[in-house]
Every structure is written in structure tokens, then in C-alpha cells.
Design a protein around this ligand. Structure first.
Ligand SMILES: [Zn+2]
Length: 251
């Protein structure tokens, strides 16, 4: 069994009854405000405990239950089709999973990333890569994408990014931006574009995500440390060089 970002929900509000537990106002975090998961035992409410399907590597499941669900959820929420064109901004802990999910979904996938990660992005499922630091390169992709999933926390020229959406396309945030968003409304109005965001996913979506990951062999790229090496693991994480998720294993 696995536990995601939430260790409990009220289960009786309108959102929970509709299956949108991850939006429940009474949601309880596994980590924030609680004792976290670095322990032999953890207490959680039954709805938030997720069955792990056969065939998934145990070390892969932790990153899937957090980063994986965060980028899988928009594909479900917006009824993304295999014919859709999906772009992912930022290839890191979230983005490298988003590329794999969107590729397995059947979409045409584009990575917005730094030059150094362009080839790696293609190995993870991107059909095309764009240099995210070069506005003139992004401009050439105008009118291309049905959905852009932004996983970054750094600022970009969002007006240029929004112009790469097709009419009715969405720019969806799952990464917390450090700066307030600056955008021009007119191009969005003319193309009926929208901005959105979402946190992790519901228990129902978590189950579907794990089944889908097992079936399509979606594998987070991880670095594994023993629990006794936790300080080293945190140093690695803080360095920003970890590829792409750090997993702690019991000694
Ligand atoms: Zn609720």
C-alpha cells in the first residue's frame, strides 16, 4: 500500500463526494502539519491509502505518488486525447515524468528545457525539444499546443509561451512560481485560451495513475540513499543536481 501527499480527507464534503478529494477543504497533509513519512509506521485515513499494482518497482512508487500524480492529473482532468499536442516546461522531478506520461498517452510531446537536457528529454518521450531560454525559438512554435504543463518555479516570458497554445489551449501550472504571473489578456481572449493549476490528484486518479505507470513501464529516474544517509541525501537535493528524484530506503 502507498500514501501520497494527503493522509486524509473529510470524505463528506461536496468535493469528496464528487471524487475530488485532493480539493477537500479539510484535507490533511502527510508531511506538512504532520509527522511525515520517514518512519516505520505512519497513520493515515483509509481513503488516502492507495493499492500498489503488481509489477511496479517499489522505489519508483514514492516519486509516482507525488510527482507522478501531479503531472498525470491534468491529462485526466482535461480529457487530453492521443491526438493532442502537449508541451512540458522544465525537465526535472515533475517534468521528466510528464514527458513519459504524455508520450504513453499517445500525444505529440514537446519539452521546453535547457540546451543541456534536450537530448535527455527525447530519451524520456519528447518528440521535440525547445530551448526554454530562447524566446525566438519559442516564438517559432506559435499556435502549436493543446496543453502546456509548467513544472518550473522560475519566471519566463509568459506572453510568448501563451502564444504557443492552439485556440482553446490551456497553460496549466503544477510548479509554484516564485514571482507573480505577468500576462497580456488580449491574445488569450482572441484564442479562447485559459490558465489553470492543480494540486496532486484524487485517490481514484492515483489508482489509475499507478495502473497506467505499471502498464506502460513509466519509471522515475531516481537516486537512492539509505535512511542513515539522510543528511547526504538532503545535501544532494539542495545542490539542485539530483537526477531527478531522491528516494530513501530503510537500512
Ligand atoms: Zn472533503
Amino acid at each position: 500500500m502507498g500514501l501520497s501527499w494527503h493522509k486524509g480527507y473529510c470524505n463528506i464534503c461536496d468535493l469528496c463526494i464528487d471524487g475530488d478529494h485532493n480539493l477537500c477543504p479539510e484535507q490533511e497533509g502527510t508531511i506538512i502539519g504532520n509527522h511525515g513519512g520517514f518512519a516505520d509506521k505512519v497513520r493515515a485515513k483509509d481513503t488516502s491509502v492507495i493499492k500498489i499494482p503488481e509489477g511496479l518497482d517499489f522505489n519508483a512508487v514514492g516519486p509516482l505518488l507525488c510527482g507522478g500524480i501531479t503531472v498525470f492529473n491534468p491529462l485526466m482532468q482535461y480529457d487530453i486525447k492521443p491526438t493532442s499536442r502537449v508541451a512540458v516546461i522544465g525537465i526535472g522531478g515533475l517534468g521528466h515524468l510528464a514527458l513519459q506520461f504524455a508520450n504513453a498517452w499517445g500525444c505529440e510531446v514537446t519539452a521546453f528545457t535547457s540546451e543541456s537536457k534536450m537530448e535527455e528529454a527525447k530519451e524520456m518521450g519528447a518528440h521535440h525539444s525547445l530551448n526554454s531560454r530562447d524566446d525566438s525559438e519559442i516564438e517559432k512554435a506559435a499556435g502549436s499546443f493543446d496543453l502546456i504543463i509548467s513544472t518550473v518555479n522560475v519566471d519566463m516570458n509568459w506572453d510568448v509561451v501563451i502564444k504557443t497554445l492552439r485556440p482553446k489551449g490551456k497553460l496549466h501550472f503544477v510548479g509554484l512560481l516564485e514571482a507573480p504571473l505577468e500576462i497580456s489578456a488580449a491574445p488569450m481572449i482572441m484564442a479562447q485560451n485559459s490558465l489553470s493549476g492543480s494540486p496532486v490528484g484524487s485517490p481514484a486518479t492515483l489508482r489509475k495513475m499507478l495502473d497506467f505507470a505499471a502498464r506502460h513501464n513509466i519509471q522515475p529516474v531516481t537516486e537512492t540513499y539509505k535512511m542513515s544517509e539522510i543528511n547526504e541525501a538532503f545535501e544532494r537535493l539542495e545542490s539542485g543536481n539530483a537526477r531527478y528524484r531522491v528516494v530513501l530506503e530503510r537500512d
